[in-house]
Design a protein around this ligand. Structure first.
Ligand code: DMJ
Length: 475
């Protein structure tokens, strides 16, 4: 989702900023009424800490089951659960089984074997892409193609690979623009395309899925098309090495020169790095290396309230904004994966301050004033994803302590009788009738993995796509 446009609507809410030292995190967590709340592992012996972490993983697993049961009871066969009205929502005229496809590998990782087998069979026998609908190439790639590929790799069920191959073929016409950068929408039946105004995230967040599909099917066209799009975008960076927020795929001209790390650009950076790791692709490695420097030079901001990334003009590098989005909280994880633990730790600390302002994360704040810039919470995973990477790479218990805070906030403010609901207002804790599929694909998966032993998912031979679907490097 590109939330940047809605962030322009600023609401001013006076708030007091509580700055936490690392040692005080466990004591200054968001309040919880949960009877099962666990103490901070930092204070415990290793054996007790391990047992506590196992308990936490189990609690996350139970909450996944709760949300999944709600989906099954009230939205089965549809894209998403409506967690307040107990109904369902489909993205298009026909359902693409988005929640089951997005959630399936989480079930497998959690060891929910019967549920996973039933869901896999249902998908294999009911999902069809032979639909006369225009779909969003980016969203369908990261959620559906990514979900089918990781679930295929985890289960060995070739029906899932066949579905992925069919979907990949139907999405390919999106790349048939004069520049090779994809149109926003493509019709799954006719191959017709529309939407020439797009952004770096929608262009540059395709190679992990299309590249994996190439590796698993032997069809090189997928890798070539997605990589060309990435390279065409990178080639259009400014002389100082930044990309903007809007670009036209027909003309190749920028329509919005604002550079940042939030929605609309975010996963472009992520895929430069991750594609270099997953495919050992030297071009991606070079593109990542020459991108992160300018981002740290112009977009990063050592502000009085912490270390952040704001907005800068892609051509001049001038600072033009100090908003930080929930979506941008993926960046500590990407920095950690790149080896830059110093910036990763500092940015996660800043994002944590944002979470505890109201006990749950607003969609965006102005870090200069620490006031809310957009007040919803969409059940997003990014800050949890980063805590997961940081815990894996540092072993520092503070990231599991943060994870407990995130989990307790979710249970306290977003849980409903039949699932989990996004919030329209984090200050008032007003729920809204939405549970996006990424809550099951990402938010609960990263929480579960944060508290699980590393062997649950071996990071040395897996790379997560931006929807938390792990791609197993078998090549
Ligand atoms: C997910 O679909 C993906 O993580 C994407 O990269 C960004 N938006 C959502 C989660 O917030």
């Amino acid at each position: 989702m590109n939330s940047r446009s809605i962030l322009r609507t600023r609401i001013s809410i006076g708030i007091f900023l509580t700055v936490l030292s690392p040692a005080s995190i466990a004591q200054n967590v968001a309040p919880t009424n949960d009877r099962n709340a666990t103490p901070a592992t930092a204070d415990l012996s290793p054996a007790v800490a391990a047992a506590t972490d196992a308990q936490m993983a189990e609690r996350v697993r139970q909450e996944f089951r709760h949300a999944w049961e709600g989906y099954k009871q009230y939205a089965w066969g549809h894209d998403e659960l409506r967690p307040l009205s107990r109904g369902y929502h489909d993205w298009y005229a026909q359902s693409l089984l988005m929640t089951p496809v997005d959630a399936l590998d989480t079930m497998m990782l959690m060891g929910l074997d019967d549920e996973a087998a039933n869901t896999r069979n249902y998908i294999a026998t009911h999902l069809s892409f032979d639909r006369d609908i225009y779909v969003k190439n980016f969203e369908i790639t990261i959620r559906m193609l990514g979900g089918l590929l990781s679930s295929y790799q985890l289960s060995g069920d070739k029906r899932l690979l066949a579905l992925a191959d069919d979907l990949g073929t139907r999405l390919l016409p999106a790349f048939n623009s004069p520049t090779g950068m994809p149109y926003v929408h493509v019709n799954l039946k006719t191959g017709a395309v529309r939407g020439e105004e797009t952004n770096p995230a929608e262009i540059g967040t395709l190679l992990i899925e299309f590249g994996t599909l190439s590796k698993l099917t032997g069809k090189t066209v997928y890798y070539e098309k997605a990589k060309r799009a990435l390279v065409e975008l990178y080639t259009r960076r400014s002389p100082i090495g930044l990309v903007g927020s809007g670009i036209n795929v027909k003309t190749g001209k920028w329509s919005d020169p604002v550079s940042h790390i939030g929605g609309g650009i975010d996963s472009y950076y992520e895929y430069l790095l991750k594609s270099s790791i997953l495919f050992d692709d030297p071009d991606c490695k070079r593109m990542w290396s020459s991108t992160i420097g300018p981002v740290n030079k112009y977009v990063a901001d050592e502000a009085p309230t912490g270390f952040w990334y704001g907005e800068a003009n892609m051509n001049t590098g001038a600072r033009i904004g100090t908003d930080f989005e929930a979506l941008a909280a993926f960046f500590p994880g990407t920095l950690a994966l790149s080896g830059d633990l110093e910036h990763a730790r500092k940015l996660e600390d800043s994002a944590y301050k944002m979470w505890i302002l109201y006990g749950i994360e607003p969609e965006a704040i102005d870090y200069k004033t620490m006031k809310i810039a957009y007040n919803g919470y969409e059940l997003r995973p990014e800050i949890i994803e980063s805590a997961f990477y940081l815990y894996r790479f540092t072993g520092d218990p503070r990231y599991r302590e943060m994870g407990k805070v995130f989990f307790d906030s979710l249970v306290k403010y977003c849980r409903t009788d039949v699932g989990y609901a996004a919030l329209s207002d984090v200050a008032k804790k007003t729920k809204k009738d939405e549970m996006e599929s990424f809550f099951l694909a990402e938010t609960l998966k990263y929480l579960y993995l944060l508290f699980s032993p590393p062997a649950t998912l071996d990071l040395s031979n897996h790379v997560f796509n931006t929807e938390a679907h792990p791609m197993h490097r078998t090549w």
